[in-house]
Design a protein around this ligand. Structure first.
Ligand SMILES: Cc1cc2nc3c(=O)[nH]c(=O)nc-3n(C[C@H](O)[C@H](O)[C@H](O)COP(=O)(O)OP(=O)(O)OC[C@H]3O[C@@H](n4cnc5c(N)ncnc54)[C@H](O)[C@@H]3O)c2cc1C
Length: 467
């Protein structure tokens, strides 16, 4: 669909004239919301045929579940979450001439989280990673500074923590991932001690830098929890940066660096795994796979891991002098208990179109979504244009033709001046986006990209809907 065409049709929709293609074309004039109409007609479902996704009318008992929409406030499009995904989608929708959009986002600050790895190594300041959220809410978009607590996809409403109920015609779900600090007894308390930190919190990333700076030898422990986390490379990036620092400060020979991971290997994609195994060997890192963090005793500086030995669960205690902790993560609780949740709790999205399989006027992306790829901002940069194209198509009763291939990327910082840029798709196939150079090795130019290029891309282009 051309942009011009989309804008024209969005305008038509705004004047409340909708054209639906459900086998027969229906034109409805008056105050009418697309999905409410869909609830009265046989429900639309996504039907895959010869690789194309199209809207098909199917019999359903949707009248039985339709609820009256009691919200006083109503928007054409509501976006849940004003982080990487929510703002990028809002900017792109606004660019296409979409109006009457609201974003639920409780935070006054917007964070560029990928920088926290470098903050934790003392290579960037925390201040550089934070800006005012207000500066990134696109013009004309209503910012509702509240947490969403409930989604009712039948009534087409969302309800906030304060009880505010807002109606929508189309919903974009992007509330990010939840850090489950309390899943490991003692972890939250240990973070308050002088020996434990985590780059997963803006407030603590500078503390990581202090721990590494002040380390004079002993055991430096790094963990990677079992299950999905955001930026699966982050737990090991800070370890390589610490090792490089220990070498530069001549404390490496007095150090025992342990990587205790719930996973089975250092990285999922074979081509990058081979390079990273070389990095691990170079620094003399003691890797302990199939070790999932289950308890921390901050007072005695011990972390306890569970390990599956031939079907029997064993507990392994590792004493540490410093510990970089990464918490288990999951979908936000309100998503888990919503009708959108997959059995694992994620906001369900078709892996190609990003449309919710049950409620076609809902689209999901980013860390909270069920998309089976590595959860990164880089992945969202590719998801957002697909989502917006398909959402606009859906608004205009057209086929959903844009497809997301699972692209994700992780700039694995392996030293103070080198990065291995891992880019791959759903099939775990490397998908290098930079031509002419070999990105399957550690490179200085990729470090410059990570340190300076990507933050610029994020703040100036991606969040403005330009990249
Ligand atoms: C240490 C670290 C290093 C990383 N390194 C990289 C990297 O090198 N490259 C890369 O591409 N990615 C990296 N990432 C991952 C990247 O930052 C995330 O994948 C990305 O920000 C996810 O975007 P999102 O919009 O899904 O979630 P977020 O950007 O986290 O935004 C979610 C937003 O939703 C809001 N929210 C939460 N709950 C609710 C609610 N109930 N109602 C309304 N709003 C809500 C939050 O306040 C937040 O603003 C890193 C992350 C970390 C922590």
């Amino acid at each position: 669909m051309t942009t011009k065409c989309a804008v024209k049709q969005a305008r038509n929709a705004k004047s409340n004239r909708f054209t639906l293609h459900l086998g027969v074309t229906a034109r409805i004039t008056g105050r009418l919301h697309f999905l409410r109409l869909a609830q009265m007609l046989p429900r639309n479902v996504v039907d895959r045929e010869e690789g194309r996704t199209r809207m098909t009318a199917m019999h359903t008992d949707v009248h039985a579940t339709a609820k009256p929409n009691t919200a006083k406030e109503r928007y054409r499009t509501v976006i849940i979450g004003g982080g990487t995904a929510g703002i990028t989608v809002a900017a792109r929708l606004a660019q296409h001439g979409e109006e009457n959009i609201a974003i639920f986002e409780p935070s006054e600050k917007h964070y560029y989280q990928p920088l926290w790895t470098l903050v934790g190594a003392g290579l960037a300041s925390a201040d550089e990673s934070v800006r005012s959220e207000a500066d990134y809410i696109p013009e004309g978009v209503k910012w509702i500074k509240e947490f969403v607590e409930e989604i009712d996809p039948v009534a087409q409403t969302v309800t906030s923590r304060s009880g505010k109920k807002v109606g929508y015609d189309f919903l974009v779900v992007a509330p990010g991932i939840q850090l489950d600090w309390d899943r490991v007894p003692g972890l939250r308390e240990a973070l308050k001690t002088d020996s434990v930190s985590s780059n997963y919190l803006f407030e603590l990333a500078p503390k990581t830098a202090r721990l590494i700076e002040n380390f004079r030898g002993g055991t430096a422990l790094f963990n990677h929890p079992l299950g999905a986390i955001k930026c699966a490379g982050a737990p090991q990036k800070i370890m390589y940066l610490a090792c490089d620092h220990f070498q530069r400060r001549h404390v490496a020979k007095h150090s025992h660096v342990i990587f205790a991971s719930g996973g089975k290997a250092i990285f999922g994609v074979a081509e990058f795994r081979a390079v990273l195994e070389g990095v691990v060997a170079r620094y003399g890192i003691d890797t302990r796979f199939d070790h999932d963090l289950v308890e921390v005793h901050g007072d005695r500086k011990e972390a306890v891991f569970s390990r599956n030995v031939e079907g029997k669960i064993e507990r392994v205690t590792i004493p540490y002098d410093i510990f970089h902790a990464v918490p288990h993560q999951s979908a936000p609780d309100f998503i888990k208990r919503s009708p959108l949740a997959t059995p694992e709790g994620w906001a369900a999205a078709d892996k190609l179109t990003l449309q919710n399989p049950q409620y076609p006027n809902i689209f999901c992306l980013g860390d909270a979504s069920s998309l089976p790829t590595s959860r990164t901002g880089a992945a969202i940069r590719k998801q957002a244009p697909v989502l917006v194209e398909n959402l606009l198509a859906f608004m205009n009763g057209k086929e959903l033709t844009a497809k997301y291939d699972g692209y994700s990327s992780c700039p694995l910082v392996t030293s103070h001046d080198h990065v291995l840029l891992a880019e791959f798709d759903y099939d775990g196939k490397p998908t290098p986006s930079i031509p002419y150079i070999n990105t399957q090795k550690e490179r200085y130019d990729m470090y410059l990209l990570k340190r300076y290029g990507l933050p610029f891309l994020y703040w100036q282009l991606m969040l403005r809907g330009r990249a």
